[in-house]
Design a binder for this molecule. Sequence first.
Ligand code: CU
Length: 449
Amino acid sequence: MRRLNGTWLRWGLIALVIALLSATSPTGAQVASAQTPPKVGIVCTTSTSPNPSFTLTTKTGYINLPDGNTMFMWGFSPANGNFQHPGPVLCVNEGDTVTVVLHNTFAEPVSDVFPGQEDVLANGVLAQPQFDTNNQLTSLTTAAPANGGSVTYSFKATHPGTFIYESGTNPQKQVNMGLFGALIVYPKASDVVNPPTPLVPDVKYGYNRADSAYLPQEEFMVLLSEIDPYQHQAVEAGQTFDMNNYHPRYWLINGRGFPDSIADNFAPFLPTQPYGALARVHEYNTDTNAGLNYHPYPGIARYLNVGTENYPFHPHGNNGRVVGRDGHPLEDASNKDLSFEKYAINIGPGQTWDVLIKWYDAEHYSPSNPVPVTIPQVANQGFGQFYGGSPYLGETGTLPPGASTLNQCGEYYIIAHNHALYQITSWGVNMTGPITYMRVDPPLPNNCQ
Ligand SMILES: [Cu+2]
């Protein structure tokens, strides 16, 4: 592992991202799903309902970080695939009996805990904490023995929502090293009462509530994690690490730091980090006369925190509506809606939050309805890489000589990031870490790719 000067490297990396962003095509080679994975949004690893079965194999590998470092990691790989970080996103349906076979290639026992799942079986009997001969706890659950051991977990996914799975064995080491992933349980559509108008046929639900409807193509994951490079160096060298010295220096979103976070799913320059975090959305529009732009459902952001710190994450520009936490819909005993609007999503260690997101074109600014602010002289303006040359959605304009843009079609890019600003760094390199964008596409039809 090497530490390099951050500033020029970061700009070099941004240039690389710029060069590759428009040329990437997803490969899907590491995904169990038979379908071509989407460029943005959640990439589900699926299996056949009602008895989905997944195999996770422990692997070691390296990831790329925004300061130019590479980092040694542990990971759960789908089936016996290549190392990836984080583990596959396991997607199942409410009521499924889920089987997870864990193969352990490491020289120490490894396990999986499934927080929020009840009556988890290990090899057909209730999974149990493990103790050594001195009655000291060695694992929170039944583990796969070292050097080729396996364990088969199974449980009935009785609650819809967003869940973490992670190692329950020496978790302060194994989870930190990367043994974690997301589990999404989709509700039974038949249980959703009073489904909304069928004008949009492919609506999904976060929970068994009509007011948790969202568009599946606007479903996003925000999986937050952290790395202490000295812990990873110690594990790579086979040395012990004193957790009293634990001090994260990298923070990631979906296993990537910014600007890698906004690259496509399966971007080829991130061969072990398949999951992007760009949230691509359209205007929320309930006008039934809007034709193609009738868009009366929100998107959903599924937040997960597998780290040890609070992650106060916030998209700029609008509140989200928190509809679920830790796999529970926000409702009272009589199903009264208790969801609430929130700007900063302050997600604690081990928590998951499900948040509906909408973007409103509230003021409808356009060249014929100009922004009521005098635009400064060019010399006083700064042009970001994603600015289209016009302040109006769907419009592109002339950029000054020398300025270049990644903007395709006059779309907007709105930042979303951790607001603990020390966390949006990579070993001190500022404006990296858990930062991503919400991309707002112009009204349809448009020239966006
Ligand atoms: Cu901010």
